[in-house]
Each structure stands twice: as structure tokens, then as C-alpha cells.
Ligand binder design. Structure first.
Ligand code: NAD
Length: 303
């Protein structure tokens, strides 16, 4: 039987540690950690994710400064909002929910976030720190994958890892984190030829292509560890585009085809998704401890 990489359970365990860290530091800090989540426009999936993040903040005692602005907001106005969060002493982490409407320049907005409050690890300075192996906030989804692998005692050193996807949000930082943990890493992308023959060489396969059911039994070797980052909502009624509770979630991997073959896999839902939110909280609490001069008690949870 394969080992199921249970992100939901691990996320709960980590949340408990974060909650205790907040309780024990709040008196000295004289304030709770603060996370500002900035959402632009009405992308429905973003709405769902922002909602999860706010709920998670409330669960563990992080103060949430959510800001939802209209789709046609000007770049300058958004930059001013980010500046105000940069200067706000009660804000330890800032997250700009992606994707943004097409008229906005994502790169300049991410660059305008104070790198020290960069809860999503996407500021060029923090990506540079990742490349150089220096400490700094790390991208939440790949950080969550690393925590999931570590918790399940999956050895990374010396393993042949294949990451499918090269986005700046997931694929690229994932590859760098695995390499930093001494895996030999290959990155596949939409122009990769003969994906199955490449992924079959992997001891560890991380899939972040954003393509439902892309990976099946022909893509994996026996005893591979498969981490499915993809998340897709398949409407039960394709004519009704509004989300309903009956919608089925699936990932980039056809789990039913590979589950008897592999050594371990992460399910969708309940795998990487909950870990992403938890690592966002962990980054925020870590920043808060740093900003308030508290002992850095949770930094071991971050890659
Ligand atoms: P993206 O669209 O920015 O990047 C997708 C990458 O996959 C690209 O680099 C592309 O070249 C590659 N790709 C696309 N089709 C491919 C194919 N057929 N073969 C090989 N490579 C292919 O997406 P992203 O932001 O990196 O997200 C990827 C997936 O992960 C999405 O489903 C997204 O919803 C999900 N996601 C989940 C979480 C989570 O918390 N679980 C967090 C972030 C993203």
C-alpha cells in the first residue's frame, strides 16, 4: 500500500505549533502577528483561496488585514496600498493574491512589497536568496511540499527528482528547493518532448502543470513518490459555471491509475493545498518573531 502524504493532518499539527508560538510571544510583542492579503478583482478561485487564508489566520490568532479592490484599479493606487502595508507596524506579512487582471504589471507590484514582509517569497530578492541558499521567506507551495516530504521521512538527497512545471510560483522554486536538499533535478514544461519517458526516470515526481489528469500510469515508475500540486474544480454541471459544494476537485495526476504502483502520493484535496496555507502562516509568524525581537522558534519548519 502506498504511503498517503496527508497534508491536512500535517497542516493541523503545524498550526498548533504556530498557535503556541503566538500565545507565548504575544505578551512581549504586545501585538499578534499581522497578515495583509490583497485581492484584486473578482476571480472566483482567488475568492475561495483568500477566504481559506482569512479563516486560517483566525484559527491560530494571526490578525488579518484583508483588502479587496476593484478589477480596474490603477497600478499607482495599488502600489500606494502596498506601501501603506509596508509601513504599517502591525503588518508582518503581505500577500498579493495572483493572478492579477491583465492591465496590471505583476512584476513591479511584487517588487514593491518590502522583502522583509514578503509572505509568499516571490520578491526578486527572496528568489535570489533561494538561489544562493540564503535564509529568507520561501514560496509557500514548494515550502509546503518540502515539509510534507520531510514529515513523511522521504529521503531527497541523491534522488532523481522531476518537477513538471516551471512557473515562478511553483515549479522553479520547487526545483531550487529540491536541489538545495541534494536531489538531482530536471524541470519539464509545456515544450518538453516525450514527457512520459522523462517522468518515468523520477524517484520523486512533483507535478505542477495546471492540467487536470495529465499524469497517468505510463508516466511513473514503480516505487516513485508523486506529489500532485495541481488543483482543479470540475463542475458536476458543466453548464453552471458557479461553484457548488458538489463540484469535484482533482489534481494533475490520475491517482486511480498510479496508486497501486507508487511508494507514496499526495491526494487532492488534502495534500499540498492545506500545506500552502499553513506555510503562509508560518512565514508570517516567523516574520513577526523577527520584527518583534522574539526568539525564532519556528524557523525549523521552513525550508
Ligand atoms: P502555471 O500555469 O503558471 O504554470 C504551469 C507550468 O506547467 C508551466 O511552466 C508550463 O510550461 C507547464 N506545463 C503546462 N502544460 C504542460 C504539459 N502538458 N507538460 C509539461 N508541462 C506543462 O501554473 P502554476 O501557478 O505553477 O500552478 C500549477 C498548478 O498548481 C495549477 O493547477 C494551480 O492551480 C496549482 N496550484 C496549487 C496550489 C496549491 O496550494 N495546491 C498552489 C499554487 C498552484
Amino acid at each position: 500500500m502506498p504511503n498517503i502524504l496527508d497534508g491536512k493532518k500535517l497542516a493541523q499539527e503545524i498550526e498548533l505549533i504556530l498557535q503556541q508560538a503566538i500565545q507565548s510571544g504575544s505578551e512581549v510583542a504586545n501585538r499578534p502577528p499581522g497578515l495583509a492579503v490583497l485581492r484584486v478583482g473578482n476571480d472566483p478561485a482567488s475568492g475561495v483561496y483568500v477566504n481559506y487564508k482569512e479563516k486560517a489566520c483566525n484559527r491560530i490568532g494571526v490578525r488579518s488585514f484583508a483588502k479587496h479592490v476593484k478589477e480596474d484599479i490603477a497600478l499607482e493606487e495599488l502600489l500606494e496600498i502596498i506601501q501603506s502595508f509596508n509601513q504599517d507596524k502591525n503588518v508582518d506579512g503581505i500577500l498579493l493574491q495572483l493572478p492579477l487582471p491583465s492591465h496590471l504589471d505583476e512584476a513591479s507590484l511584487l517588487r514593491s512589497i518590502d522583502p522583509d514582509k514578503d509572505a509568499d517569497g516571490l520578491h526578486p530578492m527572496n528568489l535570489g536568496r533561494l538561489i544562493k541558499g540564503e535564509k529568507g521567506p520561501r514560496s509557500c507551495t514548494p515550502a509546503g511540499v518540502m515539509a510534507l516530504l520531510e514529515k513523511n521521512e522521504i529521503t531527497i538527497e541523491g534522488k532523481r527528482a522531476v518537477v513538471v512545471g516551471r512557473s515562478i510560483l511553483v515549479g522553479k522554486p520547487m526545483a531550487l528547493m529540491l536541489e538545495a536538499a541534494n536531489a538531482t533535478v530536471t524541470v519539464a514544461h509545456s515544450r518538453t518532448k516525450d514527457l512520459p519517458s522523462l517522468t518515468r526516470q523520477a524517484d520523486l515526481l512533483v507535478v505542477a502543470a495546471g492540467k487536470p489528469n495529465l499524469i497517468g500510469k505510463n508516466h511513473v515508475s514503480d516505487n516513485c513518490v508523486v506529489v500532485d500540486v495541481g488543483i482543479h474544480r470540475l463542475p458536476t454541471d458543466p453548464k453552471n459555471l458557479r461553484e457548488t459544494k458538489k463540484d469535484k476537485l482533482c489534481g494533475d495526476v490520475k491517482i486511480f491509475e498510479i496508486e497501486d504502483k507508487v511508494a507514496a502520493y499526495s491526494p487532492v484535496p488534502g495534500g499540498v493545498g492545506p500545506m500552502t496555507v499553513t506555510m503562509l502562516l508560518a512565514n508570517t509568524v516567523d516574520r513577526w518573531q523577527k520584527h518583534c525581537g522574539l526568539p525564532l522558534t519556528i524557523s525549523h519548519l521552513l525550508p
